[in-house]
Design a protein around this ligand. Structure first.
Ligand SMILES: [Zn+2]
Ligand SMILES: [Zn+2]
Length: 333
């Protein structure tokens, strides 16, 4: 009796469900880094994705790793595609079953077979931020090498199309976007109806800032360092370590953090680096290491650190100064 169903199942073996990726009002599409440790989300101008990006290698703006162009769908796009494919398969199986049932019933004298396939609507996914808020914290970048246009949140400076590190040219814009994020926290909070959700998002936004700042200065440092003739390959996160960075700049340029920052600012910078470390690697929970390295006695081991708007603003001011200092080295060189 399942002739129609068998037929349908046979055809479904070679079934492909293609869903178009939505293009936003400004012509950008969403992408996500396939590197499991990164999963960074960014946008790229759809036309440039088609015309400038190469299928063999797309670069992640944040981690710089490459993968072929078919690996960059976002988790949401894949989920939606899956969901739609399932709905579509359900529908086709349902239809086939109905046809089978009808044929079966037509030939039955006694009793009817009833089938009821319910096709439910698509999952509605939660977007963390209203679109209007995304614009306040998003930075648009055009690659100076290949002209590809992309948009990022936080520190991300590699061009997805050609891998060029654009930190020198976009660092200033990054700092501006960070201040805009900080100045608009209230607006962002008010635009989210659920107050608990609003508080959660604001805290997440604030706590993302130290890592963005550290990675931004790391990326800027790398791109300046590579211009020196003495340039040699360094281990991956060399410029995330203040002592290493300090030694390198002193060697190469004869100046470093003490020249760009007041003593007090330099000490604060070190504390913020440790706070960032806690937020990224320890869920923000204070450990003995933190207290030993910073001498910060305002916390006990096991407490969670607070990263306030004031902290974020102060850290941004400091990183801006360091960035300006670094750019001067690069101009002199
Ligand atoms: Zn990545
Ligand atoms: Zn490029």
């Amino acid at each position: 009796m399942f002739k129609n169903l068998n037929n349908e199942l046979y055809q479904l073996q070679s079934y492909k469900y293609i869903i178009p990726v939505p293009i936003d009002q400004e012509g950008y599409i969403d992408k996500e880094c396939p590197n499991e440790e990164c999963l960074y989300k960014f946008k790229i101008y759809e036309e440039d994705w088609r015309n400038i990006c190469k299928d063999e290698a797309i670069y992640c703006p944040r981690c710089g790793k490459t993968e072929t162009s078919d690996k960059w769908f976002t988790t949401e796009q894949i989920e939606e595609a899956k969901q739609r494919a399932i709905e579509s398969v359900k529908y086709r199986i349902g239809q086939a079953l109905r046809r089978d049932a009808m044929e079966f019933n037509r030939n039955q004298k006694n009793g009817l077979l009833r089938l009821n396939m319910q096709v439910s609507g698509f999952r509605h996914f939660e977007n963390n931020l209203p679109l209007s808020c995304r614009e306040l914290i998003e930075q648009k970048i055009q690659c100076e090498k290949c002209n590809a246009r992309f948009a990022v949140i936080g520190s991300a400076f590699y061009c997805p199309a050609c891998g060029n590190n654009s930190a020198i040219n976009t660092f200033e814009e990054f700092i501006k976007t960070t201040y805009s994020k900080l100045n608009n926290l209230k607006v962002i909070g008010e635009s989210i109806e659920n107050k608990d959700e609003a508080n959660r998002i604001i805290r997440a936004l604030l706590e993302s800032i130290p890592n963005d700042l550290v990675e931004a200065i790391q990326c800027l440092s790398e791109s300046i360092y590579e211009k020196f003739p003495e340039y040699e390959k360094l281990s991956q996160n060399t410029f995330q370590r203040i002592d290493d960075a300090d030694r390198i700049w002193k060697q190469l340029a004869g100046i470093s953090f003490e020249n760009w920052l007041k003593e007090e600012e330099f000490s604060k910078m070190k504390v913020y680096y440790q706070k960032r470390h806690l937020l990224i690697h320890k869920n923000g929970i204070v450990d003995a290491n933190y207290i030993r390295k910073t001498g910060d006695n305002s916390y006990k081991i096991g407490e969670r650190i607070v990263f306030s708007q004031k902290d974020a603003t102060e850290f941004t001011d400091i990183i801006k100064k360091v960035g300006d200092g670094l750019k001067n080295i690069s101009n002199d060189n």
